[in-house]
Design a protein around this ligand. Sequence first.
Ligand SMILES: NC(=O)c1ccc[n+]([C@@H]2O[C@H](COP(=O)([O-])OP(=O)(O)OC[C@H]3O[C@@H](n4cnc5c(N)ncnc54)[C@H](OP(=O)(O)O)[C@@H]3O)[C@@H](O)[C@H]2O)c1
Length: 285
Amino acid sequence: MKEKILITGATGTIGKSLVKQLQALNANFVAGSRDINKAKSILNISKDAWVKFDFTDKHTFERATENVDRVFVLGPPLTLNLEQVLIPFIDFLKHKGINRIVYLSAFGNENLGGNMAFHNIVESYLKESQLDFTILQPSFFAQNFKNYEYENLMERGITFNVAGNGKVGFVDSEDIAKVAAKVLTEEGHSGKTYQLTGPELLSYHDAANLLSEVLNKEIVYPNPTEEAYRGALRAGGAPDFIADYMIPVYGMIKNGTVGRLTNHVEEVLGEKPTDLKTVLNRDFV
Ligand SMILES: NC(=O)c1ccc[n+]([C@@H]2O[C@H](COP(=O)([O-])OP(=O)(O)OC[C@H]3O[C@@H](n4cnc5c(N)ncnc54)[C@H](OP(=O)(O)O)[C@@H]3O)[C@@H](O)[C@H]2O)c1
């Protein structure tokens, strides 16, 4: 009998791709969602493959982990102090004797402090708990342009972030999911941390040029100050915590923290990572 995998965050950007990868490998898995009816419309898998799961509802833990041997832990984005949401579930897994955990963290996270230090706190917790972990630290997703900036691009002709003139190796979420599927189904990845980047370092000015080509319209990166960025989010009706979250995250590009490439995608997959232009062409066709 194949080891059974629980995928948390299964309806999200990484999770959806991971489910497809695991299906292709004919793996034994269940996909977690807070709302199974909604989930069924997002991803077409057999209804038995869905299980109700909510990090903030302990009553969902037992059923979601029935006969489960391995867990992909992905915390929701835009959550300050995310460790407070995730650690009760990690404790539950440990007490139940489910030791194999693949954790979706973030490249450069060790440079974030205060209520943004959550990935680093969870990574340390996994290591100190003597769990059989693998940590994935992806760089900025190439899919952020489609997921978070669609209106900016289509209606305003801008990509709007506080990344300064820094560079980053945008990574394809499908490559991240392929790596996750491998480390969840193969042996030999225990105790490892994989830093997942794309194949090229690009600034937001470079990304704007690529977007202009792919969308066949002029896209500009205005390179706003933090004050202008905060003001624009507020004017658009976003609550202040979004800027509190985004400014330090994009600060990692601005200050060069994530301005390097690794070969870890190729090391695990045996193939080169996908470049940004290919992802944009796929996303915006
Ligand atoms: N975007 C980037 O550039 C980037 C880079 C590096 C790392 N990351 C990390 O990637 C993660 C986000 O991944 P993503 O973009 O794939 O997420 P996403 O597309 O926003 O999806 C979030 C997922 O979280 C689930 N979820 C939300 N609240 C939940 C709860 N209380 N309990 C259980 N599940 C819950 C949602 O499922 P349901 O609604 O179905 O329950 C959904 O599947 C974050 O941890 C972020 O730090 C992002």
